[in-house]
Each structure stands twice: as C-alpha cells, then as structure tokens.
Write a protein that binds this ligand. Structure first.
Ligand code: FEO
Length: 405
C-alpha cells in the first residue's frame, strides 16, 4: 500500500489493524481500527504521531514510508501529540533505528517519554505558540489541548497547507482499507464510520467533553482545510461535517441537545422483565419516538454506551438478583458513571422474585448522573394485565419527555 498524498509535502501513513484484541484492552473492534501517522516534508522531515507494533502495523508503515522515499531512519523530527501507546509503543524501536531523531511533545508528554520509555536525550518540550520550522516554507505550530483525552495532549497545525493534525480528536474506530479521505467513501460507508466515531467518542473521549469544547473554541480561529486525526477518516472535503459532529458529541453530556430517541437497556432471567420491556417499547413507539434496544450482557457494553450516550431517553430494565441489581446492568451503570452519561430522561422497570431490592443500589449508582427519572415500575414474577397497561403508559410518558427535551 502507498502513502496517501494530502499535498506535495504532507502524506498520510496508515496501518489498518484487524485483531481480536480489544482497544485499550476493553473495547471490541470488530471492524478494526486505523493508526494514522503523517509525514511532513520541508528541508527536514517530521513524522507526526507514531504507532504500536500491532497486527502487522510496522510492515505497513515501512512500505508506505518507502513509497515516498522515506524510512524511519530518515526522519529528523518525531512530533508526539499524545503519548498513549497506540501512538508511541514503537518509540524505543524507532530510537534504536534512528538515534538522532529529535522527539517533540508538551512538557507532560516529554515527562512520559522519559518515564514510560526511559529515553532521556534529544527531547524538546513545546507549548502553545511554539513552532517547528522544517525549511522550504514548511512550519508546524503547536496547540496544547489537554485532556483530549490524556493530560499531555496537543494538536499540530501546518500553516501553509492548513492541516490540523488532531491525534485522537475527531477520531474513529473502523479500518479504512486503501482509501483514507472523506470524499472517497459512499453514503453507506459514512453511516458505518459515523457509528464507529460515536462509539469511539463514547468509549474513549466522553469523560472529557468539557475539555473538547474548550479545544474546539481554541481551534476555532484556524479554519482548517484538512482535519487529520490519528484514527479513521482524513477529512478534506467536508471538514465542517466532522467539526459539527464533534461539537454535537461533546454536547451530549454538557448541556447540549441529545437525539430524540430512547435507548432501552434490558436484562431478563426468565422473560418476565422482557414482557415489561415490550409493553414500554410499545408505548414509546406509539408516540412516534424511535427505540434502540440492547440486551445485557449479550451486547458488549461498548455498543450500549454509544447508543445510550446519544439518546435523550433511557429505559433501564432488569430483574432483582439476589437482593440487588442484575449484575450485568450494575456493570453498565458503573460505566455510565465513569463515562459521564448524564442528563437523561429515564424509566427503570423490572420484575422481582421473592423480594425487591434493586432500588437502593440503583439509586446509589445513578446519584451523580443528574437523570430526570419517572416513577419506577416493579412487579413480582409475571406482569399482570394491569402492570402491562401501566408500563405502556409510562413508556408514553417517557417518549413525551424525550420529544420535549
Ligand atoms: Fe489513540 Fe488515546 O490514543
């Protein structure tokens, strides 16, 4: 595979990762993920962000660097926007191959280079306002964007080609294949990558939405011609689409508008809670509101998190289990607290066996999430006709809340 050309002096070097490994050891990537790096050439050459040696990535990088007459040995500067090992784990090997390469990152990034990789020389700390002159009119500027999603993160700006190298910002799961630019994908493919970008945001970035908003404000004056993230599509035709999408994602848990739909998350031991779920969904859909339904633990929490994050409404449906919450739901609610799935309209329902008991634990779990909760509906064993009528009505009430959200 060849490197992809952004301009005569800027190239995309990318590796498609297909693996049974989970991203961060947590999140499944059934559609793969890309690692994007960028070669920028003046009189000197900079490589922006690196890779982890993962599922053949180094071979793919070697091949693409060679296609533009480069190799790791010929790089003068290595700009590290972010130190997470998916972008840096190859650092010791590149230093071994190229001892003279100078590594640039923020002060916190350089500290991580020292502490993670035990590299102590040829390091340069940079901060907002600093730049790197590569010669031939090619200058890179640095903008600190802390906590997207690690504290040391920054973005790099190419003045002459107006390319924003945004690292994880604007990124996505999903391997790209031999195309990388937004104008090379069909509408259906963009829908796929939209879902993968939402899941990436909800899994990786959502806890830091307030910092994303600060960064978007800080970057607002740049007017990029190209957004070049370290995962996923490189945007050159419809830059506004990805900028608007990211602002919307950041708003989902910081007071912005969520999508007027309901994510129904349910678990059921013997089908009695499921009967209640069906009645609630009938009520919601009778009001013209879309439902997305996920059974736990069947659906991996990565996907549950994504749909719950974007929806204005949630149904949490689970039986009481040994006096407490259904354990897979306890895990999901723990993730919601960690990933700041806040500000939702919510209905909790569920069946109990010999005694209720989920209520206390549930209320403790959601205390920090600032949810607007309808009165819960619980019943013993099989729901009666009266229970089902009440559940349908509660579903309608939730749908009306969502429509008014
Ligand atoms: Fe793609 Fe936070 O590393």
């Amino acid at each position: 595979m060849k490197a992809h050309k952004i301009s005569d002096s800027v190239f995309v070097i990318h590796a498609d990762i297909h693996t049974d490994d989970r991203f961060e050891g947590i999140w499944p990537i059934p559609h793969g993920v890309t690692l994007n790096s960028y070669a920028v050439r003046g009189e000197k050459t900079a490589l922006i962000d690196l890779i982890k040696d993962w599922s053949g990535s180094v071979g793919q990088f070697d091949e693409q660097l060679a296609s533009i007459g480069l190799s790791f040995e010929k790089i003068d500067y290595l700009v590290l926007n972010h130190l997470e090992p998916d972008h840096t784990a190859f650092l010791n090997e590149i230093r071994r191959r190229n001892p003279g390469v100078q590594i640039l990152s923020t002060a916190k990034g350089i500290a991580m280079v020292r502490n993670f990789f035990k590299i102590t020389d040829n390091l340069r700390e940079v901060k907002s306002g600093d730049s790197l002159d590569l010669g031939n009119g090619k200058v890179l500027d640095f903008v600190e964007t802390p906590n997207i999603h690690w504290p040391e993160t920054m973005m790099t700006w190419d003045r002459s080609d107006k390319v924003l190298f945004s690292c994880d910002g604007f990124g996505s799961y999903g391997a790209l294949g031999d195309r990388v630019f937004d104008d090379e994908f069909s509408k259906e493919e963009h829908e796929h990558f939209y879902r993968e970008s939402l899941r990436y945001y909800a899994n990786i970035v959502a806890s830091f939405s307030s910092f994303v908003k600060k960064a978007l404000d800080k970057l607002g004056g740049l007017d990029p011609a190209v957004i070049a993230p370290s995962h996923g599509i490189v945007w050159r035709k419809n830059v506004k689409e990805i900028c608007d999408r990211y602002a919307r994602f950041a708003g989902y848990n910081t007071g912005g508008t969520c999508e007027r739909e309901v994510c129904v998350i349910w678990g059921s031991m013997y089908g009695y809670t499921k009967r209640g779920v069906d009645a609630v969904m009938e009520g919601i859909e009778s009001e013209g509101v879309r439902c997305v339904s996920h059974r736990v633990p069947d659906t991996d929490s990565s996907f549950v998190l994504a749909d719950a994050y974007r929806a204005a409404g949630l149904v949490i449906a689970m039986p009481t289990y040994e006096y407490k919450m259904f354990p897979p739901m306890a895990h999901v609610l723990d993730l919601f607290e960690r990933k700041h799935v806040t500000g939702k309209s919510v209905l909790r329902i569920g069946s109990w066996g010999w005694v209720g008991g989920a209520k206390k634990e549930y209320e403790e779990s959601i205390a920090a999430l600032k949810w607007s909760s309808l009165e819960s509906v619980e019943w013993q064993g099989i729901p009666s006709e009266g229970d089902l009528a009440l559940l349908k009505e509660r579903g309608k009430m939730l749908a009306r809340m969502v429509k008014g959200a």
